[in-house]
Design a protein around this ligand. Structure first.
Ligand code: MG
Length: 255
């Protein structure tokens, strides 16, 4: 049975500045089913407000309050743990950390910083980690699909710092079970009756399964032939796109 649905954004609804074919209509069908929905993204190049605006511009009826983002989860974690981060983040998301004390940092927080990844920043992070600071990551996704093709995500840079320091990162976005459970709580459903739809086999589908949800891998966005072989957990399925995933979910939900 399915009582609620979580959806990834990039690679499911859109790729870069293009809506995926049929995705807006599929989302409308899913909404029409009456199943509660939330959106969960590790995108760290924009604030939640801008993510919402961009989706609405592409024709998706989504309120920003329905979107759970890794940067928001990271900010909440920093505040709860009273950490002063060295931020290695994209300029587009800096506003999400406005007011967070960053002087004399005692933690490293890393997202997909894009062109802002450089040796100086990474080396500063390295030195902080070597002196005992925790490594926090908004995701460890390997890559994502954008308008111009596949792009490196935060994961390879997280892995580089882990390799250099022997410090294991704490991930605050997907696939952290705490991140999934916060979104599931907003749905008001039991985790085992929630399905997560995404194009990242590790963070979205295997990650959701590890958090007690079921997961659907869509063959859109960053999907590469053979990704299915990396699926972990039994409560997983593979569909061509959001339209097919929607049909699968509605059949499971008996709608
Ligand atoms: Mg995605």
């Amino acid at each position: 049975m399915v009582d609620g649905v979580l959806l990834d954004l990039s690679g499911v609804l859109h790729v870069g500045t293009r809506a995926l074919p049929g995705a807006a209509a599929a989302l409308q069908r899913l909404r029409g089913s009456g199943l509660p929905l939330r959106f969960v993204t590790n995108t760290t190049r924009n604030t939640r407000r801008v993510v919402g605006e961009n989706l609405r511009r592409l024709g998706f009826a989504i309120d920003e309050h329905e979107i759970f983002t890794a940067p928001r989860a990271a900010r909440a974690y920093l505040e709860a743990q009273r950490l002063r981060p060295l931020l290695i983040v994209h300029p587009g998301v800096a506003q999400e950390f406005a007011g967070v004390v960053q002087e004399n940092p005692n933690a490293v927080l890393l997202g997909d910083a894009g062109e802002a990844f450089d040796y100086g920043h990474l080396n500063r992070a390295f030195r902080l980690l070597m002196s005992g600071a925790p490594l926090l990551a908004m995701g460890r996704n390997r890559y994502f699909m954008d308008d111009d093709g596949l792009n490196l995500d935060a994961g390879p840079f997280v892995a580089a710092l882990e390799y250099a320091t022997g410090v294991a990162a704490t991930v605050l976005g997907k696939p952290a079970p705490e991140f999934y459970h916060a979104a599931v709580a907003a749905l008001g459903c039991a985790p085992e009756r929630v399905v997560m739809i995404g194009d990242d086999v590790d963070a979205d589908v295997s990650g959701a399964a590890a958090a007690g949800l079921s997961g659907i891998l869509v063959r859109s966005g960053k999907y590469r032939s053979g990704d299915e072989r990396r699926l972990l957990g039994e409560r997983t399925a593979v569909c061509d796109d959001l339209a097919a995933a929607t049909a699968w979910v509605m059949a499971q939900a008996g709608r």
